[in-house]
Design a protein around this ligand. Structure first.
Ligand SMILES: Nc1ncnc2c1ncn2[C@@H]1O[C@H](COP(=O)(O)OP(=O)(O)OP(=O)(O)O)[C@@H](O)[C@H]1O
Ligand SMILES: O=C(O)[C@H](O)[C@@H](O)[C@H](O)[C@H](O)CO
Length: 161
């Protein structure tokens, strides 16, 4: 979880490889209308996110039900979204990638071939409800290298598997 530019896709892919688990990129699950809205510079609201969260919760239910689990790269900005995911499957655990607005803005602006415009980064922080201490998971500094983040996260989740 984390705002756009926090490194969810980068870290999530590497973590899934390391743990040898299926990976899903939540950006690929957005309805076309959501992608078009963001590309036009308009932030998503709860209603826009509802069908997307439903599809992602289904993925979690399948991964959980199959017994192998999986890794998802998803902003999951609000507590209510994470509650939904926790209800969908057993053992849902969040890695919260923390990055400040300036760094996230620079990363999103510097990335090619993605629908998300950097002017939407501020709206991501407006929606963001950081991971709280009662939510299973881990908060990490997302400005260190991706491999270091993956090593830290893998060490934390391995004993839970
Ligand atoms: N730990 C890191 N250190 C330096 N650069 C990083 C790190 N993680 C990601 N990046 C770079 O930042 C940019 C954004 O990363 P990425 O696409 O993984 O973020 P994201 O959170 O998935 O964003 P979005 O939600 O918009 O898809 C990419 O260019 C990526 O290479
Ligand atoms: O909930 C949201 O506002 C969206 O999920 C965004 O976070 C984007 O999908 C993503 O960050 C852009 O790549």
């Amino acid at each position: 979880m984390g705002v756009s530019g926090s490194g969810k896709s980068t870290v999530g892919r590497l973590l899934a490889q390391r743990l040898m688990l299926p990976f899903v990129e939540a950006d690929d699950v957005h309805p076309a209308a959501n992608r078009a809205k963001m590309a036009a510079g308009r932030p998503l609201d709860d209603a826009d996110r509802d069908p997307w969260l439903r599809a992602l919760a289904d993925w979690i239910a399948d991964a959980s039900g199959s017994g192998h689990g999986g890794v998802m790269a998803c902003s999951a900005l609000k507590r209510a979204y994470r509650d939904r995911f926790r209800r969908a499957g057993a053992g849902v655990w969040f890695l919260y990638l923390v990055v400040d607005r300036a760094a996230a803005g620079r990363r999103v602006a510097g990335r090619a071939g993605h629908f998300m415009p950097s002017d939407l980064v501020n709206s991501q922080y407006d929606a963001l409800e950081p991971l709280r201490s009662d939510e299973p998971g881990m908060t990490v500094d997302a400005t260190v290298g991706p491999q270091a983040i993956v090593a830290t996260a893998a060490a934390a989740v391995e004993p839970l598997r």
